[in-house]
Write a new protein. Structure first.
Length: 295
């Protein structure tokens, strides 16, 4: 039976060559993505910024709807896309209509953690659901075959482009445009298994055949199916959730129920990004829960 750790954990992303949280405060954040700097809304930055004057190449101006909307105010010199890298993985960044830049830098410590959990397990089979533009998939591909699933044909095409950019197109990766819940259910029927699973589900979404996804309704049955795709030799399941009104402890309770019949540890907490500079404030960005094999 998995052991639930009630005390929350922190996974903090540190600045790296192509990304840094430069400053934050008054509901905004200033970030560097390669050669460009951007200002984006950040409601959790309730403190005062450390710098008086922010210089940026672009800013996302939010709309009136708290659940989305808004526009980019960009310098005409900004390219449509540009190259970044993380630990040998090269990929494209771009200003999307969804206020992010085509990847999530706070996931860097998660990619590193998953690699560590798979260390010593050659040709580990992993599954990345809601895989988006594939940076996490490419990071995992150094450990063995990866199955990348996303409902967006455009996102999967961008992921394949990132693989080519990183010269990883020959890695054993299955690129699938599919509904995550339906795919997981089919994998259970096929009696397939994985060494690790990562899920980053949206609050709301649609599948390739207009299937509707709502996290409050779909997450529990999806986790139950994912549990059936893991066994005593598997290493982890990692779940991240953004922009929802729930606690990481609720996610942990869900995993605790699903993994009641297997050994290991269930943990939960916050993802965050550390600011550059002496103070090194940590800006929380998402909540997570994970099961890890203790063996």
């Amino acid at each position: 039976m998995a052991t639930l750790r009630l005390e929350p954990q922190l996974m903090i992303g540190e600045p790296w060559a192509d990304y840094a949280l430069v400053d934050s405060g008054h509901g905004r954040k200033l970030e560097r993505f390669g050669r460009y700097s951007f200002i984006r809304p950040e409601p959790q930055a309730m403190w005062s910024p450390q710098q008086d004057d922010w210089q940026a190449d672009g800013e996302f101006v939010p709309g009136a709807d708290e659940d989305g909307g808004g526009r980019w105010d960009l310098s005409p010199d900004i390219a449509d896309s540009w190259q970044l890298s993380w630990d040998g993985v090269r990929f494209h960044a771009q200003c999307t209509p969804f206020r992010h830049l085509g990847f999530f830098p706070d996931m860097a410590p998660v990619w590193e953690w998953m690699r560590g959990e798979l260390a010593g397990k050659p040709d580990a089979q992993t599954l990345n659901m809601f895989g988006y533009t594939g940076v996490g998939t490419l990071a995992l591909s150094q450990c063995g075959p990866v199955t990348h699933v996303d409902a967006s044909k455009k996102s999967v095409a961008q992921a394949r482009e990132n693989a080519a950019l990183a010269k990883m197109e020959d890695r054993p990766i299955r690129w699938l445009v599919d509904d995550a819940a339906k795919f997981a259910a089919r994998e259970v029927r096929r009696e397939n298994r994985y060494d690790g699973i990562i899920l980053d589900p949206p609050k709301f979404g649609r599948g390739p055949k207009n299937e509707t996804w709502r996290i409050e309704e779909g997450l529990a049955p999806l986790i139950a199916d994912c549990r059936r795709l893991l066994d005593d030799d598997s290493r982890f399941l990692f779940l991240t959730v953004y922009a929802v009104r729930m606690s990481s402890l609720a996610l942990a309770a869900l995993l605790d129920e699903a993994f009641a019949d297997i050994d290991g540890t269930v943990e939960h907490g916050d993802l965050g990004v550390r600011e550059e500079g002496e103070r090194g404030r940590v800006l929380p960005t998402a909540i997570f829960a994970r099961w890890r094999n203790s063996a």
